[in-house]
Design a protein around this ligand. Sequence first.
Ligand code: NAP
Length: 235
Amino acid sequence: MTTTLITGANKGLGFETARRLLAAGHTVWIGSRDGERGRAAAERLGARFVPLDVTDDASVAAAVRTVEAAGGLDVLVNNAGVEGRRPDNGIVGAAEVTAEDMRTTFETNVFGLVRVTHAFLPLLRRSAAPVVVNVSSGLASVTLLADPAAPGYGYPGVAYPASKAAVNMVTVQYAKAFPEMRINAVEPGFTATDLNGRTGTQTVEDGAEVIVRMAQVGRDGPTGGYFDVHGRLPW
Ligand code: NAP
């Protein structure tokens, strides 16, 4: 039996990933910082609920104790993320972005991911087939954002792409340090969720595909890579 924890799984891509992995036979923990929304999501799917705010040490430590007491962890999907848009859904561009904007975005997308991964490492190391999926973004690719022919070139935001580029680097460094684990970064594609005010062009079913695939990667599968649904992406 494979046990999987998905952070930020009360809605969006995380929720859809939970639905699909449950269907594939995983025992799934829905991590959610909001108790009511998380519990309701878990009930809808027949998943387990664990309170988990990735920006809070005590919350993450309590989640480790809960998951450990129930038998451990095989797959960690670091999905919780924020884009840090303005209240009018506008993207904060280079002229406006402040250090505080950067800090807020990194707090969830980067420091949160490291906080959760670090805390769950002892459990993952006890698994026979440990897997980590870091939900990155196509906007993480320095190569693509510097290429005028690439679709993401015109994206004006600073904090979000920088945070996801950091996620990619963290992924590479973890993967080298823990060769017994499969640790990859994935780009779901531009998906209609609350993150982008539902402006995304894909459905969550499409977007979750690569997350679900990488969560089920075999022991002989890739590690330290950056993938979308079609294959490897340039860093
Ligand atoms: P979403 O529907 O807004 O979901 C984001 C999830 O993260 C929510 O469950 C949210 O919880 C949770 N979250 C935010 N801060 C958290 C925290 N401090 N602790 C725990 N959970 C927290 O957006 P989504 O599009 O599904 O995003 C999922 C991931 O995909 C993100 O990492 C995002 O960067 C990435 N991604 C999305 C797209 C896209 O086009 N949508 C493209 C590329 C990558 P609350 O409900 O409590 O806010």
